[in-house]
Design a protein around this ligand. Sequence first.
Ligand SMILES: Cc1cc2nc3c(=O)[nH]c(=O)nc-3n(C[C@H](O)[C@H](O)[C@H](O)COP(=O)(O)OP(=O)(O)OC[C@H]3O[C@@H](n4cnc5c(N)ncnc54)[C@H](O)[C@@H]3O)c2cc1C
Length: 487
Amino acid sequence: MRNETVRKAAVTNETTTTYDVIVIGGGPVGENVADRARAAGLSTVIVERELLGGECSFWACDPSKALLRPVVARADASRIPGLNPAVAGPLDVEAVLAHRDKMSSYWKDEDQVDWLNSVSVDLIRGHGRLTGPKQVAVRSAEGDTIALTARHAVAVSTGTRAALPPIPGLDAVRPWTSREATSAGKVPGRLAVVGGGVVAVEMATAWQALGSQVTMLVLENGLLERMEPFAGELVTDGLRETGVDIRFNTTVTSLAREDGEVRIALSDGGQLAADEILLATGRAPQTRDVGLETVGLTPGDWLTVDDTFRVTGVDGGWLYAVGDVNRRALMTHQGKYQARIAGAVIGARAKGEDIDDAPWGAHVATADHAAVPQVVFTTPEVASVGLTSREAERSGRRVEVVDYDLARVAGAHQYGEGYRGRARMLVDTDRDTVVGVTFAGPGVGELVHSATLAVAGEIPIGRLWHAVPAFPTLGEVWLRLLETHRG
Ligand SMILES: Cc1cc2nc3c(=O)[nH]c(=O)nc-3n(C[C@H](O)[C@H](O)[C@H](O)COP(=O)(O)OP(=O)(O)OC[C@H]3O[C@@H](n4cnc5c(N)ncnc54)[C@H](O)[C@@H]3O)c2cc1C
């Protein structure tokens, strides 16, 4: 029998059950906070209102990458002589969607519940709300309320939802958000994608390859505006080559659904018709209904934290916010890193141990400021870590920008014909270390961890010179960047 069942039976409406740690939200981050707190010897419960595993497992990372993997693999294979005829036809849409369903565990969380049981963390199904310091009330789907008390800490890991702009007619058209874009069972004939960030470019890539005619409506003058400009330019070229219509400096002024069709009025006075419209226009924190007002915070706000994930502005240091909800880095791997740190620091504080909070110490998330890796799974891929040149300039650091044409690397010649790509390395000239790297090109996703090691490890350039990349791999770009830097 699963613990969630036992726990429900054991708790009555009038009883407060006390745990050392209560985690509200059982996404990838909440699960890891709980796992680490439990490993530190603390009794721990997760409160989850939907599926254990959160957005990432069911409506974000896993399904989106399952949709994109065949697209990226086919693009790579199509550049290899002898293999290209084998991938010339369309994708087997049914098989891709079936694989996506499998990778999303058919939107069931039994495996994750089993794992939670195996690490002895309890689960309570329902909507969790703070009701005061260290107090949480859980409202179950059946309408029962369960009261919980935390001995040491409450961690809010409630993640984000799609942020929708206030467009007239929006509600009536029932737009796609990232949820529908990752879980839809039918390919729309025409798909309008509003936005130019990571979700927009990845989903435009996937649905165009699955057979939609995609039109991107982008407010800005380029894609992936938070990254190095060449990344967005290469992705723009890649999308256009597959037939995506990209319109920059364009906003949606109103929407209507007529005769089953979405009618989109554009800022340039034009009109566009589509079968579905995806709004990939950012994320908002899920904090509107978690009782923030009972502890002096404002509902709906992002939760600001210190480097040990304690929420600022709350007395007593018992409230933590970990993962997307604190806005530090909206990615699963970084949220799970935060969770490992938060779980460890909650454990150390509970036991009265010393806190190792010097930069890069065991109890602070220094990498959130210096070394956040990201991969964009488009054709071509983009991979980055650390600062961009724009961010370095804003920070006032003295930085040398080193660029290299990835197509000139021997490994790129082997990778496929007509390889196009670019690499940029930022060297802090005062410290002689790498503080940022961006790669754009086929296959670069697997390069990013080498860059993360260089940036997080603050490896001196003189020592990196001795890290020899194997021939003929894309990794040889490191040698070329270092040679360019050394002149
Ligand atoms: C389309 C898309 C693709 C993505 N792809 C990637 C990727 O490839 N790699 C990557 O690293 N990141 C990716 N991300 C980002 C990633 O999904 C998030 O960073 C990650 O899910 C954050 O984890 P989290 O645990 O903080 O929040 P979430 O995953 O959002 O989980 C929060 C959980 O809290 C629960 N909850 C909320 N409020 C309450 C409440 N009051 N009571 C009880 N439970 C509550 C929710 O039901 C949910 O289960 C992607 C995002 C999107 C939208």
